[in-house]
Design a binder for this molecule. Sequence first.
Ligand code: UD1
Ligand code: CA
Length: 454
Amino acid sequence: MTSNALTTVILAAGKGTRMKSRLPKVLHPIAGRPMLGHVLAAATGLDSARTVLVAGPGMDDVAEYARAVAANVSIAIQESQLGTGDAARAAAPQIADKDGVVLFVFGDTPLVRRETLAGMVERCRKESDIVILGFEAADPTGYGRIVSSGKEVNRIVEHKDASEEVRAIRLCFGGPMAVRAAHLPALLASLTNDNAQGEYYLTDFVAHGRASGLSCSAVICPESDIQGVNSRADLASAESVMQKRLRTVAMAGGVTFLDPETVYLSHDTSFGEDVTVGQNVVFAPGCRIASGATIKAFSHLEGADIGEGAEIGPFARIRPGTSVGRKARIGNFVETKKAKIEDGAKINHLSYIGDARVGAGANVGAGTITCNYDGYNKFFTDIGAGVFVGSNSSLVAPVKIGDGAYVGSGSVVTKDIAPDALAVARGKQFDKPGWAAAFRAKNEAAKQKKSSGE
Ligand code: UD1
Ligand code: CA
């Protein structure tokens, strides 16, 4: 390992009591991804030699998630939640490189930017023994206050331990702290729980480090980059910051939002240029929208690939496993799932297309349903290129409709249809001439008799 190696330690063992949730706090999602995922993405984007995740006993879901999404993560278990300093202590045995830098980051600050962390690490390597991340809080209640003289930070005082005078300070500690690994053993040994909460505070590293002659400085970022999530209200606030950020990036990349505030994106939503998105559209995770596509108002998309120049909605529900080809069109009240809609195909109104292929240029009429499920298994419907499916047809899978075939309206298709054939599978129409007139005459006469007679 090189002497400047970075170990990132993510603290995620806290109980998150204020969330009032069975789900560990760091797994609550922001923009469709657990908070921990955002932090891991920022941290593993650094030149970290390794990432240590501190989790509580029994938080297997947290450990599993981290291992699944990030390479080079090892898990440290903090046996009891005695504070952030104690969590750092739990990680210590896994910090192999004694000459490098250790960066502590909290799992409940999902908005933290990689560049900010990189700047802290850089400064820690070159200038300061300890570098903390600070921000001016609009309402500092609950945060640790940064007490400094000039550029030198002297201590961080937790809200509950702070005097009125210190509470008036609005410069707060955001969570990330970079420390030269060589000093870590002494700093850890110096921790006590002699404070208002009876906890071991990571924040005490600053005062203890200063007392033994170490230097400490703060990198400052906007509150919207580091606000912590302790409650559901904080979660909503972080979500809204993240949404704003994602929309800004999308617009910079060439997307028109007719009303940006009403469009919800996921962390991984990707857009080509000249995409237009109408009002009240939701992009759940896993969506890729190619150039020139239009997503009209009130559509909900998830796990979908939308091709160039395709048109979706209004009021479309595009579910996972859908791919929509170039210039294909999916209209109002259409639901698709695991469906390959090929180039130029049209499903314009009121349909369910699941476990299916719709070939290039096919036209699926209003009210067409793929009957893909028998209560136990799912079956595939294959609609060939250039097929015309008449309105209100049920396609009972497994079934294959050959290229260029026609399906008469109202058909219940249970057998394969040959290419270019016409299939009609419905009750035959029969006409009785004059029946309606006779029916009306009879009933009108009875009505007359009733009102004049009695
Ligand atoms: C902490 C800081 C505070 C700072 C704020 C920023 C301390 C003592 N206080 O307060 O100065 O302004 O964050 O958001 O550090 N955790 C563990 N084990 C524990 C306790 C916590 O792993 O025993 C983890 C939590 O999962 C969480 C993070 O550490 O991700 C922060 O813990 P939390 O209890 O939320 O600290 P705050 O009160 O917000
Ligand atoms: Ca917190």
